[in-house]
Design a protein around this ligand. Structure first.
Ligand code: ASP
Ligand code: MG
Length: 407
C-alpha cells in the first residue's frame, strides 16, 4: 500500500465532466489499495478571471485582498471534486490550506511554504477517505490567507508529498510528460522517460513550462519521485528522479528555448573596480532580475558589458542603465528585445567533452550568429536572434539525436 499525492491542473478540472472523470481515476487508484491525497488547481481560466476582476477594482490590487480572492478558485474545485467522489460511492473530504495548516510566510501573492501539518490529513486517510487539498494557498502564523504565486499548485503537491513522506507525487496535466523539446516547434520531439531533478531544474528555469520550478527544488531536496503525466491518457509519464547510471547514455537530454528575455549592452565602460556594482545595484533595487551577464576587456582600460533582463522589465531597465552609464562615462547603451536563449541540457554532458563545440558548429552551419554564451555543468545556452528560434531548436534536436530512443 502506497501513499500517493496526485495533483490535477486547471485543464484537468476545467468543467463538471472533467472533474467527474478525475474523481473516477482517483477512486480507481484508491481501490487498488493506496492512500490518496489529491491537490487541485482552480478551473482553467478562473485565476486569470479573478486577476482581471481585481484590476477593475483597484489600480494595483492590495496583495492581501488579492490573495483572499485568488484562493477561492481552488475552493470551488476541491468541494465539487469531493462531491463527485461521494456520488461514485467513495468517501472524500476537501480541505483548504488553512484547515490542513499549510504554514507560509506573509509575502502575499508569492508566499513560501514553511511547514505542513500532517495530523489532520493522516486522520482522514486512516478513515479511508480521499483527502482533497486546495493547491496554491496557505496560511500565515496570524491566520491570513496567502497564495504561492501563479502555478503554485505544483509546489503544494510536492511539498505535501515531502511532508507526508509519500511514495510518489503524480502531476497530472494536459501533456504526456516532459519532452526532449517543444513538440509545437519540433515534430520529432519525444517524451522523456526519466530525467534528473537537476536537469528538470535547468529545463524549468530555461522556459519549459510543464512543472513549476519551485516544486522541482522541493522534490530534489526531499527526494520525492515526481511523475508528470497526462490526465487524458493512461500512458506512463516522465519520472523526475535522482540521477542513476542508466541516464548517461545520451549526453544531452533536452533542448529548450526562452523568448522572454531582452538584451542590454553597455559599451566602452571604464574598466575599474566597482563598475559592475554601480551598474547593477540600481537595477536590482527596482526588483529587476538580471540573468546572463558577460563582460569582456578591450584595449585602453575600457570594457563592454552585456546582460539580459526579463522582456517585461526591458522598458523599465533601459532608462536606469542609461542614467548610470552616463554617470560613469560609458560611451553607449544599446539593446534588443528580439532575442532568444536556446539551451541544451543534460547530466551526461559532464563526461562528454565537445558538446559546446557541437552546439556552436550546428548554429554556424545554419548561419545563426551567437550573441552571448553561458554554461553550467549540465547546460550550454546561446543567445541568438529571436527569428531563428525554430531553426536552431530543430537543428540542435537533430544534431544530438534526441528523436531516437536512448539505448
Ligand atoms: N490556480 C493557480 C494559477 O492559475 C495555481 C495553479 O494552477 O497552479 O496560477
Ligand atoms: Mg501549472
Amino acid at each position: 500500500m502506497a501513499l500517493i499525492v496526485q495533483k490535477f491542473g486547471g485543464t484537468s478540472v476545467a468543467n463538471p465532466e472533467k472533474i467527474k472523470a478525475v474523481a473516477e481515476r482517483v477512486l480507481a487508484r484508491q481501490r487498488e489499495g493506496h492512500r490518496l491525497v489529491v491537490v487541485l488547481s482552480a478551473m482553467a481560466g478562473e485565476t486569470n478571471r479573478f486577476v482581471d476582476l481585481a484590476n477593475q477594482m483597484q489600480n494595483i490590487p492590495a496583495p492581501r485582498e488579492l490573495d483572499m480572492l485568488l484562493a477561492t478558485g481552488e475552493q470551488v474545485t476541491i468541494s465539487l471534486f469531493a462531491m463527485a467522489v461521494k456520488e461514485l460511492g467513495g468517501d472524500a473530504v476537501s480541505l483548504l490550506g488553512d484547515q490542513v495548516k499549510i504554514h507560509t510566510d506573509n509575502m502575499h501573492t508569492r508566499a513560501r511554504i514553511l511547514a505542513i501539518d500532517h495530523e489532520l490529513i493522516n486522520n482522514h486517510l486512516d478513515q479511508g477517505r480521499v483527502v482533497v487539498v486546495a493547491g496554491f494557498q496557505g496560511v500565515t502564523e496570524s491566520g491570513e490567507i496567502t497564495t504561492l504565486g501563479r502555478g503554485g499548485s505544483d509546489t503544494t503537491a510536492v511539498a505535501l508529498a515531502a511532508a507526508l513522506k509519500a511514495d510518489q507525487c503524480d502531476i497530472f496535466t494536459d501533456v504526456e510528460g516532459v519532452y526532449t523539446t517543444d513538440p509545437n516547434i519540433c515534430a520529432s520531439a519525444r517524451k522523456i522517460d526519466r530525467i534528473t531533478y537537476d536537469e528538470m531544474l535547468e529545463l524549468a528555469s530555461l522556459g519549459a513550462k510543464v512543472l513549476d520550478i519551485r516544486s522541482v527544488s522541493i522534490a530534489k531536496r526531499h527526494k520525492v519521485p515526481v511523475q508528470v503525466r497526462s490526465t487524458f491518457t493512461n500512458t506512463e509519464g516522465t519520472w523526475v528522479v535522482e540521477e542513476d547510471k542508466t541516464m548517461e547514455s545520451n549526453p544531452v537530454s533536452g533542448v529548450t528555448y526562452n523568448r522572454n528575455e531582452a538584451r542590454i549592452t553597455v559599451s566602452k565602460l571604464p574598466d575599474v573596480p566597482g563598475i559592475a556594482s554601480r551598474l547593477f545595484t540600481p537595477v536590482a533595487k527596482e526588483g529587476i532580475v538580471v540573468d546572463m551577464i558577460i563582460q569582456n576587456t578591450r584595449d585602453g582600460n575600457l570594457t563592454d558589458l552585456t546582460f539580459t533582463v526579463p522582456k517585461t522589465d526591458y522598458k523599465r531597465a533601459m532608462p536606469i542603465v542609461e542614467k548610470t552609464a552616463r554617470e560613469i562615462g560609458a560611451e553607449r547603451v544599446s539593446g534588443s528585445e528580439n532575442i532568444c536563449k536556446v539551451s541544451v541540457v543534460g547530466v551526461g554532458m559532464r563526461n562528454h567533452p565537445g558538446i559546446a563545440t557541437t552546439m556552436f558548429d550546428v548554429l554556424a552551419r545554419e548561419g545563426i550568429n551567437i550573441e552571448m554564451i553561458s554554461t553550467s555543468e549540465i547546460k550550454i545556452s546561446c543567445v541568438i536572434d529571436e527569428k531563428y528560434t525554430e531553426l536552431a531548436v530543430r537543428a540542435l534536436h537533430d544534431a544530438f539525436n534526441l528523436q531516437e530512443k536512448e539505448a
